[in-house]
Design a binder for this molecule. Structure first.
Ligand SMILES: Cc1ncc(COP(=O)(O)O)c(C=O)c1O
Length: 389
C-alpha cells in the first residue's frame, strides 16, 4: 500500500538504527514507547517485562544516568528529578504524612526552609526547625512524633558542618529517617550513605552537572526507601527530561577531576582571604580556623569549592566588592566551572526575617563564592582589586 507523504514523514526511519552500537547513551527524547501487541502491554503492567511504557515513568537516558549516580553514591538505587526542589518535595511526600514531625536544621537552603515551613505545613506536616547546636546533640531533639530529620553539611552558606554519623546513628536507633542534602560536598568529597544516612539528596544543578546548563535533582539510597519515592515521582511528575539527563550524564564523567580542582582553587582563595585584613571573617572547612574543621576532616575527603566571607557585617562593603568584580560573575547558584558570587541576603536567604538570618548564621555583609575552575591566581587578583583600599 502506498502511503501518503504525511504518513511517510511521520513513521519512516523512526527507531531504525540498524547495527549501530553507540558508545554513549543516546538521548531518548520520546514521551512514549511502542509495543508489538496487547500481550506485551499486559506483561509490562504485571512487572514481567523490561520494556518502557512512558517517559514520566522511566526513560532509558534517565535510567542510564541514574545507574551512574547509584554507582557513584555506592547506593542500591538513585533517581533523577526536574530540580533539587523537585527531589526534596518528592522525597518528603513519599516519606511523611499529616501529623508527622520533620526536624529540620534551621541553617539550611532557603528553598527547603520555605517548602517545609510554609508549604508542607498546609498539608498537616509539622516542621520543627532546630539550631546547629541542638542538632549536634540529635537524641535531644527527636520526639515520639519525629518521622524524619533533614539536614545539610556543609551548610549553605556558612559551611558549618554537622557530625553526620552521629545524627544518622541517633535517627536509626529511634526508627527516624535521616536525609542529608549533600549538594555542597558532592559525593566525591563526602559519602553520607557510608556514614549511615538513609537517603542522600542533591541539587544536580550544581556540582553533579557542573556546567551551569542543567536544572536537576537526585536522591540515592537503599531500594526499600527509593522505590516509594519513584512511585510518588510518577504521580507528581517531577521526573527529569531526557535531554538534561544526557547533559548531566556527560557532566558526571568529569566530576572527580572537576571536584579536585574546585577543592584546590577554593583552598587557595580561602587562604588568601583569611590572610587579608580587609576581610573580617572567612568560612571554609579546609581552614584550621573553621569551627568545624575537625568534623570536616573526619568525614570529608576534600573540603569543596564553596567559600564564604564577611566584610564586618556591612551591606555597603559587600555591595561594593560584589559590583567591582571582573572575572567572578555575579550570579546565584554554584558548582559550575565558572566562579560565581552571591550575597546570601539577596539570594538563598532572601525574605528571611532577622531571626531566621540569625539562626542561619547569615549577616548582611556576607559574600558566598562558588570557586570555579579558572586559574586560582586570576580569581585572587580579581578579589584583591575588588576589596579596594
Ligand atoms: C544546598 C541546596 N539544596 C537544594 C537546592 C535546590 O536545588 P534546585 O535549585 O536545583 O531546585 C539548592 C539551590 O540552590 C541548594 O543550594
Amino acid at each position: 500500500m502506498t502511503k501518503g507523504s504525511s504518513t511517510e514523514l511521520i513513521h519512516a526511519g523512526e527507531s531504525d538504527i540498524g547495527d549501530a552500537v553507540p558508545l554513549t547513551t543516546p538521548i531518548y527524547e520520546t514521551s512514549t514507547f511502542v509495543f508489538e501487541n496487547a500481550a506485551e502491554v499486559a506483561a509490562y503492567n504485571q512487572g514481567k517485562s523490561t520494556k518502557y511504557l512512558y517517559s514520566r515513568y522511566a526513560n532509558p537516558t534517565i535510567v542510564s544516568v541514574e545507574r551512574k549516580l547509584a554507582a557513584l553514591e555506592r547506593a542500591e538505587s538513585a533517581l533523577l528529578f526536574s530540580s533539587g526542589q523537585g527531589a526534596t518535595t518528592t522525597i518528603l511526600m513519599a516519606h511523611v504524612k499529616a501529623g508527622d514531625e520533620v526536624v529540620c536544621s534551621a541553617a539550611i537552603y532557603g528553598g527547603t526552609l520555605h517548602l517545609l515551613g510554609d508549604l508542607l505545613t498546609r498539608f498537616g506536616v509539622l516542621a520543627r526547625f532546630v539550631t546547629i547546636e541542638e542538632l549536634a546533640e540529635p537524641e535531644r531533639v527527636l520526639t515520639a512524633a519525629t518521622r524524619l530529620v533533614w539536614f545539610e553539611s556543609p551548610i549553605n552558606p556558612t559551611l558549618r558542618c554537622l557530625d553526620i554519623a552521629k545524627i544518622a546513628a541517633a535517627c536509626r536507633a529511634r526508627g527516624v529517617l535521616s536525609v542529608i542534602d549533600n549538594t555542597f560536598a558532592s559525593p566525591i568529597n563526602q559519602q553520607p550513605l557510608a556514614l549511615g544516612v538513609d537517603l542522600a539528596m542533591q541539587s544536580a544543578t550544581k556540582y553533579l552537572n557542573g556546567h551551569s546548563d542543567v536544572t536537576g535533582g537526585s536522591v540515592a539510597g537503599p531500594s526499600a526507601l527509593v522505590d516509594p519515592i519513584a512511585k510518588v515521582r510518577r504521580l507528581v511528575g517531577t521526573v527529569m527530561d531526557p535531554y538534561p539527563a544526557y547533559a548531566l550524564g556527560r557532566g558526571l564523567k568529569t566530576l572527580p577531576l572537576r571536584v579536585a580542582r574546585h577543592n584546590a582553587n577554593a583552598q587557595a582563595v580561602a587562604e588568601f582571604l583569611a590572610a587579608d585584613r580587609r576581610v573580617s571573617q572567612v568560612y571554609y572547612p579546609g581552614l584550621r580556623s573553621h569551627p568545624d574543621h575537625a568534623i570536616a576532616k573526619r568525614q570529608m575527603t576534600g573540603f569543596g569549592g564553596m567559600v564564604c566571607f564577611d566584610l564586618d557585617g556591612r551591606y555597603d562593603r559587600a555591595e561594593k566588592l560584589y559590583d567591582r568584580l571582573k572575572v567572578i560573575k555575579r550570579a546565584a547558584s554554584l558548582g559550575g566551572v565558572e566562579s560565581l558570587i552571591s550575597m546570601p541576603v539577596l539570594t538563598s536567604q532572601w525574605g528571611h526575617t532577622d531571626d531566621q538570618l540569625r539562626a542561619a548564621g547569615v549577616t548582611k555583609g556576607m559574600l558566598r563564592l562558588s570557586v570555579g575552575l579558572e586559574d586560582a591566581e586570576d580569581l585572587i587578583a580579581d578579589l584583591d582589586q575588588a576589596l579596594g583600599n
